[in-house]
Structure formats: C-alpha cells, structure tokens
Design a protein around this ligand. Structure first.
Ligand code: GLN
Length: 279
C-alpha cells in the first residue's frame, strides 16, 4: 500500500475515534516509524510501505485511537523549538507554558544568575531558559526520580551543561537561597475539573495536574516559601489556570512582593503571574 493511502485511512480511523488533530497525528506517527520529516513524507507519498512499517504504524494508530497522547507514543515533543523527550511520568510540555519562558527571559537581562525551576518535569522550562541564557545556572527540581532522569537526558541530548536536575520535594532539597529567579508550572487544577476527563490529560500524571484548595494550594505555598529564597530584586514567576490570576496576585501582594502583575497566554488568558522581592 502507498504511504499516502496509508495516511488517508489512518486519518479516517483517528477522526472516527475523535482525535481533534487526526491528519497531523497520522503524519507524525508515520514519520516516527519511518524516521523521516514531514517534507519527506509529502515528497515521497507515492512510495509503498513495507510490511514492517505497516505493522508498526498500525499499532501506533490503534494506541492513538484509544486516546493515548502522540507525545507519549513517539516519546518526543517540541517546546520552545527544542525537541524534548517525553514519558508518561511527566506532563507533556504545552505551548501555554512558553508564556512562562518568555516572561522569565524578559526579566533576565543580566549575563549571569541562578534560576530555580520547581516541579521541572521534562525540564522544559529550565532547558528553554538555559538555552537562551548560557551564562545563567539553572537548577530543576522534581519529586519524581523518573522525571529527573528524563530531564537530565534532555539536557545531555541538547548539550545544555548549564542546567542541572535533582530529586526533591519543592524546596526540601535546597541547600542554598540567593536565587535571582524562581519559576514553576505547578499542579493547579481542581480535583473535579472536567478537563481532567478529556483528551491527553487523562493519560498524564495526576500529581502534576491536581492541587488542593480548588487548585490553588501549591501556588500559594510556592508564593510564600519562595520569598525568603529570592535575592533582593529577584523574581518569582508562576504559571496558573486562566481563572486564577486574581488569587495568585493577591497571594503575592499579601506576602510583600512588588511589581505584581499577570501576563496572558496565546489565547489571551491570564496564565503567568509574577512579583519581585524588593531590592
Ligand atoms: N495547563 C494544564 C492543563 O490545563 C494544566 C497544567 C498544570 O496543572 N500545571 O491541562
């Protein structure tokens, strides 16, 4: 069977299964099996697929039709232009989180400094920032040893030697204070958020998604505990849900942060809130 015919029938199957991105999913999965890029596929769609390719592709399409995220099936997702390894032990990096990276970079004009990324997962935020600021030293912490191993592999793969990763429970693993910046994309969904029952989220680790106090518990804890760890003039930046900006700003103000504000994501929702410890 020709590759383009294979793609057409896989697209139909994924559409039927309710994938919101059926054609793209089929292309990405076939590229993964063939070890080629999308352009290759567009150019050579008239070639025929061998039995091995078909069998592997069919298995991946079946898994995707069952709802599994493409990023877990191929083990990779691009974030901030970086190809990152992904695994079911961590959240899949999202475009929304690039808002956090951009907001951080805008406040890192200096050539050097120390940045802490709490709950780093794949290392996405830490590695994106490290890639843009080679003079900065970045430390990523995660409770899950599998996530830390994955982040370390990502750093090696991208040759980003200014990013390190260690296992720890939020701040417990920290020996030093004196951070110029602390960032986090913590769990912030309420346990009864209907979003948890739909799409890729169903396959992601609950511990990375759900927090108490209607999703605000970890955000509030991070606001309070970060203050004393920041250098004077140091920044805290937190990703949160579209409806949580006011609460996070209030927590920041109550704790004594200054220059408190929120920044919107690509859809225009407040997604990141930040504040500075006074200089
Ligand atoms: N933004 C994610 C979602 O809605 C949640 C990520 C998180 O809790 N940190 O799926």
């Amino acid at each position: 069977m020709r590759l383009d015919t294979l793609l057409t029938s896989a697209t139909a199957r994924l559409l039927h299964a309710g994938s919101p991105s059926a054609r793209r999913d089929a292309e990405v999965l076939l590229c993964h099996v063939l070890g080629v890029g999308r352009t290759w596929l567009y150019t050579w769609g008239d070639r025929s697929a061998d039995t091995f390719t078909r069998a592997r592709f069919d298995a991946l399409v079946a898994a995707r039709a069952g709802g599994q995220p493409v990023a877990y099936l191929i083990g990779e997702r691009e974030f901030w232009g970086l190809p990152l390894l992904t695994a079911p032990s961590t959240l899949i990096p999202r475009p929304d989180t690039e808002t956090l990276v951009a907001a951080a970079l805008a406040r890192m004009p200096a050539h050097e400094g120390h940045l802490l990324d709490l709950g780093t997962g794949t290392g996405a935020v830490a590695l994106a920032v490290a890639s843009e600021r080679p003079g900065w030293r970045v430390l990523g912490i995660d409770l899950n040893p599998d996530a830390v191993r994955l982040a370390q592999r990502n750093a090696r793969r991208l040759s980003l030697s200014n990013a390190r990763f260690v296992v720890g429970d939020w701040f417990a693993a920290l020996e030093d204070s004196g951070w110029a910046m602390i960032v986090a994309n913590p769990p912030y969904l309420a346990a009864d958020d209907p979003h948890l029952e739909r799409g890729d989220v169903r396959f992601e680790p609950r511990g990375a998604l759900v927090a108490g106090e209607a999703g605000l518990a970890d955000l509030r804890h991070l606001v309070e505990a970060s203050f004393r760890l920041l250098l004077p003039g140091g920044w805290l930046l937190l990703e949160h849900g579209a409806e949580q900006g006011a609460e996070v700003r209030e927590a920041l103000q109550t704790c004594g942060y200054e220059a408190v504000m929120s920044e919107p994501d690509l859809a225009g929702h407040e997604r990141v809130s930040l504040g500075r410890r006074s200089a």
